[in-house]
Design a protein around this ligand. Structure first.
Ligand code: AMP
Length: 304
């Protein structure tokens, strides 16, 4: 395998393990903050890279669409890819290395018969794990491999994928990995829509509008929580969704026809255990299809 390492004034790009190792050796003794991504970078990813820049001497960003975490019916083949723009963003943000491996670098033996990381069922057999069997195993497996390849001191993940963040934190603790995990808040559009690479799939104004139902429902729950004393989860969340769907901007049949709820649930933010009443530190999580685009969002109920 050839050692492809393109050197720009600041950003290096490594496609192979050899190139990654030679970068790693060149920065021995310095601290490394790592931001794993699947590319199609947006401002949410950028905020993680900026955070990483604050936390360590060197910043490594990986750009790899991991087939192991996609189900057979999911969007692996059409997942958005924009490598050149992603590298330009990494460079502009002061990242030191972009690791852009191929499948052959990550899964040289193929991906059918390899060792898997199996996170505990109490974390995965709920929420996104129910509709995406094997997803978190695929995430944990590739993230552990990337951690061993990059050997970071710190890795930065978005709270946007809160269940993923909980799985990774648990893996690092359970497997005694010598590194720390930093969670970073969700970046949103001005109207509240959480940034996501999958927002690129929206083709109509109605889809974009229907996507807002997620964040608006979470904000509604936050507002009602502030006015109530330890409200019961189920009635409150159901009322919030009904109230949002009844708003004039969402009542249009073309918008409502696009929206299909996956889940709207509350969990204790650290343990991800179900809760019956909403309290400070509860995380409310939501998944929905907008047309054929699956979106997730969540919010942490704040203290005073
Ligand atoms: P992805 O490329 O979707 O695998 O995401 C890579 C990282 O970016 C993950 O840690 C995500 O949680 C994080 N991320 C994605 N969207 C956002 C967002 N809107 N705000 C903050 N972080 C995000």
């Amino acid at each position: 395998m050839t050692d492809v390492c393109r050197v720009t004034p600041v950003l290096q790009v490594a496609e192979t393990l050899e190139a990654l190792r030679s970068f790693r050796q060149s920065v021995a003794g310095q601290t490394i903050a790592f931001v794993p991504t699947m590319g199609a970078l947006h401002e949410g990813h950028c905020s993680l890279i900026r955070k990483a820049r604050e936390l360590a001497d060197r910043v490594v960003v990986s750009i790899y669409v991991n087939p192991l975490q996609f189900g057979p019916e999911e969007d692996l083949s059409r997942y958005p890819r924009s490598l050149e723009a992603d590298l330009a963003a990494c460079e502009a943000l002061g990242a030191d290395l972009a690791f852009t491996p191929t499948d052959a670098v990550i899964y040289p033996e193929g991906r059918d018969a390899i060792t898997h990381v199996v996170p505990p069922a109490e974390l995965t057999e709920q929420l996104c794990g129910l509709s995406r069997p094997g997803h978190f195993e695929g995430v944990a497996t590739v993230v552990l491999k990337l951690f061993h390849m990059v050997e970071p001191d710190i890795a930065v993940f978005g709270e946007k994928d809160a269940q993923q963040l909980a799985v990774i934190r648990r893996m690092v603790r359970d497997l005694n990995l010598p590194m720390s995990i930093v969670g970073h808040p969700t970046v949103r559009e001005a109207d509240g829509l959480a940034l996501s690479s999958r927002n690129k799939y929206f083709q109509t104004a109605e889809q974009r509008q229907a996507a807002l139902i997620l964040s608006q429902t979470l904000f509604e729950a936050q507002a009602r929580f502030a006015l109530a004393d330890r409200p019961l989860v189920r009635p409150l969340l159901d009322e919030c969704l009904a109230a949002v769907l009844a708003r004039p901007e969402f009542r249009h049949p073309a918008v409502q026809a696009l929206f299909r709820l996956g889940y709207l649930e509350a969990r204790q933010s650290e343990t991800f255990l179900p809760v019956e009443t909403l309290t400070v530190g509860t995380r409310i999580l939501m998944a929905a299809y907008v047309g054929n685009v699956r979106l997730i969002d969540n919010i942490l109920l704040p203290g005073d």
